[in-house]
Design a protein around this ligand. Sequence first.
Ligand SMILES: NC(=O)c1ccc[n+]([C@@H]2O[C@H](COP(=O)([O-])OP(=O)(O)OC[C@H]3O[C@@H](n4cnc5c(N)ncnc54)[C@H](O)[C@@H]3O)[C@@H](O)[C@H]2O)c1
Length: 255
Amino acid sequence: MSAVKRVLVTAGAAGIGRAIVQAFAAAGAKVHVCDLDTAALATLRASVPGVTTSACDIGDRASVERMVAEAAVALGGLDVLVNNAGISGPTASVEQMDPDAWESVLRVNLTGTFNVTRHAIPHLKRSPAGVILVMSSLAGRFGYPNRSPYATTKWGLIGFTKTLSRELGEFGIRVNAVLPGAVEGPRIERVLEGRAAASGRSVAEERTAALANQSIKRMVAPQDIAALAVFLASDAGRSISGQILPIDGDSQSAS
Ligand SMILES: NC(=O)c1ccc[n+]([C@@H]2O[C@H](COP(=O)([O-])OP(=O)(O)OC[C@H]3O[C@@H](n4cnc5c(N)ncnc54)[C@H](O)[C@@H]3O)[C@@H](O)[C@H]2O)c1
């Protein structure tokens, strides 16, 4: 990267977000991270030199407003917003879905992303090359049986990305969505265990079935997604905006 980028990563204390934080820091960026998990934030501060953090619940409007202000102070402005926060929600048919659980997923994944972004935009407008990344999913390209709140929010984030790109292009801000498929790590293990419990098949059989839907027969590494994020935020990506970028081994279905 040419100039030192000032980067905010939401829900960056674990999983894909943590890999994104590590990749931006390794590329020389200044990174601020928010997360619900304060112990994980402390561990992150100890392992990534220079990273600053805020405790924040992305589903809480006041918490988000405070966090974005803290990030802008800690970084001295903002060039890159990585809207990584997103929760899985329950596994149940629409008919059986708990409406409170539905609202919780929408509050974090959609409304939380909206709130982070609207507070970040004034700072990004002052950047010479503002960038917003939105973490959608394979579930934002296909129907996903029994995961309706998750799929609905991940499709909604595509509309948000495309709309933001049109709104912010004139300010030199680029907006793109990243759509990971099955990612190595504890989250996919929980999903596979859930599917095995429902189907009566083994976890190994569920893993083989999941990979049968992909041209590239391996799960995505968090580092692959982090490398894509760093590229999109770099000046090499300066002509890319309003795009949805799957990174999923060419998956043909979300389940
Ligand atoms: N893991 C996958 O297979 C996969 C696939 C496609 C898309 N995604 C998307 O990538 C993003 C990150 O996924 P992940 O699997 O790395 O996540 P994860 O479940 O590992 O959680 C990452 C972090 O989110 C934090 N978090 C949870 N709720 C929060 C809240 N309300 N406010 C602030 N922080 C909160 C957790 O404390 C944790 O540190 C999500 O948007 C997810 O939907 C993940």
